[in-house]
Design a protein around this ligand. Sequence first.
Ligand code: CA
Length: 421
Amino acid sequence: MTLIPSWYALANAADCPFPLNNLPCGVAAPAGGAPRCVVAIGDAALDVAALEAEGLIALPGGPYLDRPEWNPLMVAGRPVWSALRARLVELLREGAAEQAAVVPHLLPLDALSLHLPFRVAEFTDFYSGRNHAFNVGTMFRGPENALPPNWLHIPIGYNGRASSVVVSGTPVRRPWGQINGPQDDAPRFAPSARFDIELEMGAVVGLPSDGPVTVAEAEEMIFGYVLLNDWSARDIQAWEYQPLGPFQAKATATTISPWIVMAEALEPFRTSTPAREKPLLPYLHEPRPMLFDIALEVALRPECGEETVIARTNYAEMYYSAPQQLAHHTTSGCPMRTGDLLGSGTISGATRDSRGSLLELSWGGKEPLEITGGTRSFVEDNDTLTLRGAARGEGFTIGFGDCTGKVLPAFADPYGGRERS
Ligand code: CA
């Protein structure tokens, strides 16, 4: 697929993350104004809520865009999602008759504040990156027992907290928690000293379900994808995770990119999950390739210093695709809801510079990572961590916008002087 040229010429640059091929969905507010649904194009956000209010967008069963969240459109299903994209291409493509009517609704992106693009119903995080699972398992149990026996058969996951999900740019406060490390004689309550990131993609569920769905049906339910940083306190996690998995270690914050890239925009970048090491049960078989070739990177910027790109990898490293994860999620009859967010699991490649967490990059802190002007084992106070993603086609790029968060120092007293007992 090649670039769809727009009369908004800035969108036609090969490295612009928001060409007409992309049209990602966000919620933005101008200074002093109310948040509304927008779509990114070039260096601007198109106020699609205003276009719908004026009748320039009229979708069957609508209106869908009169609230500051994409959930009403997400529940409408693929034909309506496609109809919106087709109409936007009509309005924005080179030679469009409605250009003059659309121009007043282009808002400069750098003057907008970006909000969560959808109301997160529930959040589930998976563990489907093979290299990540192997690396972490090796550190905890040795290479022979690195992968748990179920890992090659089940997309392992846990139920997270929708309330923890924040939009890119939201500061993240270093958490306190119960820690009992190798140097400790007894559990203690302290700020996390091993605070970390996890580079993930998030799949956004549009259509709800009630009862088990097939992998093919699951794919039809997915509205789009975001970048996702699953902030993780490794010292809290190591003490609390057995036997039910992570709890407070993962509940501080989960940052997502401000733009949902619709699944349809990623069609040209379909790719396969890797060859199966163990045959999957039939309900997990993919009828066609359901992963996407999306180049990913993590950058770290200290408070006073330059940014270093600390990892580069690709979404194609996943062992299970989002439709496989979603299908597995419903096997019990678990109902899925519009606005459910599914984290992919940390995406690590096979080489050291492609690992998607500091835990792996510094090998548990044993091999600190070189960054410009210093080293890192885990995230330090006032570091800014940024995830970026790009699917590159012929003469165009599909971007997600930065998924960024600055880590603030832990509170001196998280209870603000109140008696804890
Ligand atoms: Ca995770």
